[in-house]
Design a protein around this ligand. Structure first.
Ligand code: PBG
Length: 325
């Protein structure tokens, strides 16, 4: 026998061989596309730190949703920019809020598209924090009541899945209870179970105009050094009735995605956040990286770590590539 006996390179010889033994695939069904809904008509405001991403008025969002569905992407997630912000984020649960209007209009135009809504207050509050304030602190328990109201208003407008991203304790349970009481026992909860206090959210805060006006989110979002805590957070959400668990951000937290995959049997989602998207776009613009190749590699890595669903601003671009367009 000549050394080496086993040669892994044998199965890497041709593209056909490589594809036959590939363990992980990315498919269009894995993708969820985020949309930012703003007031007005015929509005398409580019977000400067996220090339290809726009703030869209409801009519434009409907067009976008049609395009997304046409590409075979199964779901969108909606974020809202209200007409007016106030201390309690009251537009977040208004029947006439931008998200509520967008849900109804999109459902009518593309009924097969799954609509997920982000449930949080930071886009709606004048102070930019994800909950109600008591002094300078975000008050957990009074915030739960407001979040429950927001979730029910989204369900009433026709949302299929609500996704609380505020990181208050007990919100999944309170939202589940409120949805059930209001007759929406079939509306699912995708919980941002493990959401880190990450600096990768920077560009999003421009897109959603929701940077905190003072302080930071470290008293409610998780510390980047923690891994065991991710298991405790996810376990609580499972207990409280979450249907889908999410880890956010994705690429810097692949180890956390893998741990959740091993510890829980629930469907797992990961959010490739604004900063992850912006880094790839910026490097590609400078010619330092090959955009499509890095996009696909990062998405496949998130799948390989164990997420079946990926929320990503690349969803349309990736879908086009997967369709061979
Ligand atoms: C709202 C929310 C944020 C993101 C999703 N939902 C911002 C934040 O927590 O500061 C970030 C998404 C992204 O960066 O793409 N709480």
């Amino acid at each position: 026998m000549i050394f080496p006996e086993y040669r892994p390179r044998r199965l890497r010889r041709t593209e056909t061989l490589r594809s036959m033994v590939r363990e992980t695939d990315l498919s269009i069904r894995n993708l969820i596309y985020p949309l930012f809904i703003c007031p007005g008509k015929k509005v398409r405001n580019p977000v400067s730190s996220m090339p290809g991403v726009f703030q869209l008025s409801v009519d434009e969002a409907v067009k976008e949703a049609e395009e997304v569905a046409g590409l075979g992407i199964p779901a969108i997630i909606l974020f809202g920019l209200p007409e007016k912000k106030d201390k309690t984020g009251s537009e977040a649960w208004s029947k006439k809020g931008v998200v509520q209007k967008a849900i109804a209009a999109i459902k009518k135009a593309v009924p097969e598209l799954v609509i997920i809504t982000d449930v949080c207050l930071c886009e709606y509050t004048s102070h930019g924090h994800c909950g109600l304030l008591k002094g300078e602190a975000v008050d957990n328990d009074s915030t739960l009541e407001v979040l429950a109201r927001v979730a029910v208003s989204h369900a009433q407008a026709g949302a299929d899945i609500v996704a609380p991203s505020d990181m208050m304790d007990g919100r999944v349970g309170r939202i589940r209870e409120a949805l059930d009481e209001a007759g929406f026992s079939m509306v699912s909860i995708m919980s941002y179970a493990v959401k880190y206090a990450s600096s990768f959210y920077g560009p999003f805060r421009e897109a959603a105009e929701c940077a905190p006006q003072f302080g930071d989110r470290k008293s409610y979002q998780m510390d980047p050094g923690n891994s065991n805590e991710a298991i405790r957070e996810a376990a609580l959400d499972v207990e409280e009735g979450a249907d889908i668990l999410m880890v956010k951000p994705a690429l810097p937290y692949l180890d956390i995605i893998r741990r959740l995959r091993e510890e829980f049997t629930h469907p797992l989602a990961a959010y490739q956040v604004s900063g992850e998207y912006a880094m790839i776009k910026a490097a590609a613009e400078r010619g330092w990286l090959s955009e499509e190749a890095v996009m696909m590699e990062s998405l496949v890595s998130i799948r390989r770590a164990g997420a079946v669903l990926i929320l990503t601003y690349f969803a349309k671009q990736a879908a086009r590539l997967l369709r061979g367009e």
